[in-house]
Design a protein around this ligand. Structure first.
Ligand SMILES: Nc1ncnc2c1ncn2[C@@H]1O[C@H](COP(=O)(O)OP(=O)(O)OP(=O)(O)O)[C@@H](O)[C@H]1O
Ligand SMILES: [Mg+2]
Length: 506
C-alpha cells in the first residue's frame, strides 16, 4: 500500500462573490512529484494557499491531513514548522537585501545567540550550489533577473527542513536550460525523499517530470492522472483541463502580407552607465508592417534591454546609432514619446511595472489611454466600463466583475489584463516580453489568435520569448540574441530549435 503524505478532503474556499474551490479532494503520496494543473483561475494557487496556512483554519471548509494527522494551520509558520515549504507564483523576495539575507531571513544562522553573518554567507553559498546558481551571495536581489530570483526562492525553501516542497509555476520565468536544471534538481530532491507538488502550465515539463497529475477546473477536481498507467500525455491533459480538444497550439495565419518597414535599427548601441556595460551592441534589426518578429535568446542575452531602449529608454541608457520609425529617424526622451509615436511594450514583470495591483480591472485597462475614455478632458466612467468589458470578453479574463482588484486575479488573468491595457492604446508596434508566461494552453491559443488578428489589421509585433515552441510557432522571422548582440536572423522556414540554440549560446 502506498502511503499518503498529504490528503486534502472536501476543500471549499470562497471569496466574496467567487467560489474559488468547491469540495476539492487532493491526495499526494510520499516521495512523488505531483503536478497540479488547470486553466487560469481554476483554483490551483488557492488550494496551495489553503494548504500552507495563508488562508488559516476556519477560513475554508474541509480537512487537511498531513504526515498522518489532521492539521489546523493558523498561519504560514505553522505549515513551515510541519515541514511544508511553498514558493509562490509571484516572488516574495526583498529587492534591497542581499541574496544571503533573503535566503536566511526569518531563519538566521546564530552562534551563541548572535547572528553569524559569515556563517550565513557560507551556508547560503551551499544552498546556491544546490540550485546550480552561480551568483555572489552578497549581490542585491534587485540586481538579478526574475529567473535568478526564482532559483533563490528555491534555495531559500531548501534552507529549511522540508518534507513537502510546493512550487507554484517555478519555471514560468526560466529559460529552457535553467528549467532543465530545475527539473533535474526536483528529481534529485525526490531521490532524497522530498515530496513535491508543482503547479505548471508547461505541459512538456509536466509530462517529463510528473508521477501523478491532478487536474482542477473551475474550482473542482476533475481527475488524477498516473504516469505509470501512461495517462500523462498531452491530449489527455488538455482534454481534461479545458473540457474540449484543441487540435493546434498555434493558430494558422492566412495571407501573410508584409508592408513597409515600421521600425529599423541601424548600429544601435545602448550603454548602461549604472552597470558600466554595453547592453545592446551594434544591433541591426527591422520589423515590417504585418510581421511578427521573434526575439530569442537566453536569459540575460539583452532582449529586454533592447526592448526598453526602443520604448523611450526608461533606464536612461546612453544610446548610439539610428532608430527609424516609419522611415524617419527618431529619438525618444521618454516612454510617453514612444507611446505617442505608436509603440507599446508589455513588460515581462507584470507585478513590478505592469499593473496597479490594488486597482480594479477596468482602471488598469484604461490607464495607458485615458484619452480613449474621455471627452473634452473629462473621463467618461461608462466608456471605461464598455472598454473594460470589451477586453474582458475578447481576452477571456476570468473575474467576478470589472471591479475586481487586479491583485486578486489569478496569475494568468493578470497577464491578460496587462495585455488588454496595451491593446487599448492601439499601437502600430507592439513589443511583447514573454507574453504567455503563466498562461494556460487554452488562453495561450486565445492570445496567439489575438496576435494574428492584430497583425492582419496591420500592426507589427516584436515578441520576446524564452519558449522556443512559441518562437517557432508564431514568428515570421527570428532574431537570436546573445551577449547583447544579434547573432543571427532566421526566416520561419530556416528556424529550428537547434539553430536557435546554437546562435543563442555563441
Ligand atoms: N484574494 C482573492 N479575492 C478574490 N478572489 C480571489 C482571490 N484569490 C483568488 N481569487 C479568485 O479565485 C479563483 C482561483 O484563483 P487561483 O489564483 O487559485 O487560480 P490559479 O489556478 O492559480 O490560476 P493561474 O494559473 O492563472 O495562476 C480566481 O477566479 C481568482 O480570481
Ligand atoms: Mg496560480
Amino acid at each position: 500500500m502506498s502511503e499518503y503524505i498529504l490528503e486534502m478532503h472536501q476543500i471549499t474556499k470562497e471569496f466574496t462573490g467567487v467560489k474559488a474551490l468547491s469540495n476539492v479532494n487532493f491526495k499526494v503520496e510520499k516521495g512523488e512529484i505531483h503536478c497540479l494543473i488547470g486553466e487560469n483561475g481554476a483554483g490551483k494557487s488557492t488550494l496551495m494557499k489553503v494548504l500552507s496556512g495563508v488562508y488559516p483554519y476556519g477560513k475554508y471548509k474541509g480537512d487537511i491531513v498531513f504526515n498522518g494527522s489532521i492539521q489546523q494551520f493558523n498561519k504560514i509558520n505553522d505549515s513551515v514548522d510541519a515541514g511544508i515549504a511553498i514558493i509562490y507564483q509571484e516572488l516574495a523576495l526583498f529587492p534591497d537585501l542581499a541574496v544571503y539575507e533573503n535566503i536566511f531571513i526569518g531563519n538566521e544562522v546564530e552562534n551563541r545567540g548572535v547572528l553569524d553573518w559569515n556563517q550565513t554567507i557560507i551556508e547560503s553559498q551551499k544552498m546556491l550550489d544546490k540550485v546550480n546558481l552561480k551568483v555572489n551571495p552578497e549581490t542585491l536581489i534587485k540586481d538579478l533577473g526574475v529567473g535568478k530570483q526564482q532559483l533563490i526562492e528555491i534555495a531559500k525553501a531548501l534552507s529549511k527542513e522540508v518534507k513537502l516542497l510546493i512550487l507554484d509555476e517555478p519555471t514560468a520565468a526560466l529559460n529552457e536550460d535553467d528549467s532543465e536544471n530545475l527539473l533535474r534538481l526536483l528529481r534529485e530532491l525526490k531521490s532524497q525523499g522530498i515530496t513535491c507538488i508543482m503547479i505548471s502550465h508547461k505541459l512538456k515539463e509536466v509530462i517529463s517530470i510528473a508521477d501523478k497529475a491532478t487536474v482542477l477546473r473551475d474550482g473542482e477536481t476533475i481527475c488524477t492522472l498516473d504516469a505509470s498507467k501512461g495517462e500523462i500525455n498531452e491530449s489527455i491533459i488538455i482534454k481534461n483541463m479545458v473540457g474540449r480538444e484543441i487540435n493546434a497550439i498555434y493558430p494558422k495565419r492566412e495571407n501573410k502580407i508584409f508592408g513597409d518597414k515600421i521600425l529599423e535599427l541601424t548600429n544601435w548601441c545602448a550603454y548602461d552607465a549604472q552597470l558600466g556595460r554595453q547592453v545592446s551592441k551594434d544591433v541591426n534589426l527591422h520589423v515590417k508592417q504585418g510581421e511578427i518578429i521573434g526575439l530569442a535568446g537566453l536569459m540575460g542575452s539583452g532582449r529586454t534591454e533592447l526592448a526598453l531602449s526602443i520604448f523611450g529608454n526608461p533606464k536612461s541608457y546612453k544610446l548610439q546609432g539610428d532608430l527609424k520609425l516609419h522611415g524617419k529617424s527618431r529619438q525618444f526622451k521618454h516612454t510617453s514619446e514612444a507611446m505617442k509615436a505608436g509603440i507599446a511594450y508589455v513588460t515581462e514583470d507584470r507585478k513590478g511595472d505592469g499593473l496597479f495591483l490594488i486597482q480594479d480591472i477596468k482602471s488598469n485597462i484604461s490607464v495607458a489611454n485615458m484619452k480613449g475614455i474621455s471627452s473634452n478632458g473629462i473621463i467618461n466612467v461608462n466608456e471605461e466600463i464598455i472598454v473594460g468589458e470589451k477586453y474582458r470578453k475578447s481576452m477571456g479574463i476570468k473575474a467576478s466583475s470589472l471591479e475586481q482588484v487586479v491583485g486578486n486575479l489569478s496569475g494568468g488573468n493578470q497577464q491578460k489584463v496587462s495585455l488588454g491595457k496595451w491593446l487599448f492604446v492601439n499601437p502600430n508596434l507592439l513589443i511583447l516580453d514573454e507574453p504567455t508566461r503563466g498562461i494556460d494552453v487554452g488562453a495561450k491559443f486565445e492570445i496567439y489568435t489575438v496576435m494574428n488578428k492584430l497583425i492582419s489589421d496591420g500592426m507589427s509585433i516584436i515578441m520576446i520569448s524564452s519558449e522556443l515552441g512559441e518562437i517557432l510557432g508564431m514568428s515570421d522571422r527570428v532574431y537570436v540574441m546573445a551577449k547583447s548582440e544579434i547573432k543571427g536572423v532566421l526566416t520561419s522556414e530556416e528556424a529550428s530549435q537547434e539553430k536557435i540554440m546554437q546562435l543563442a549560446t555563441q
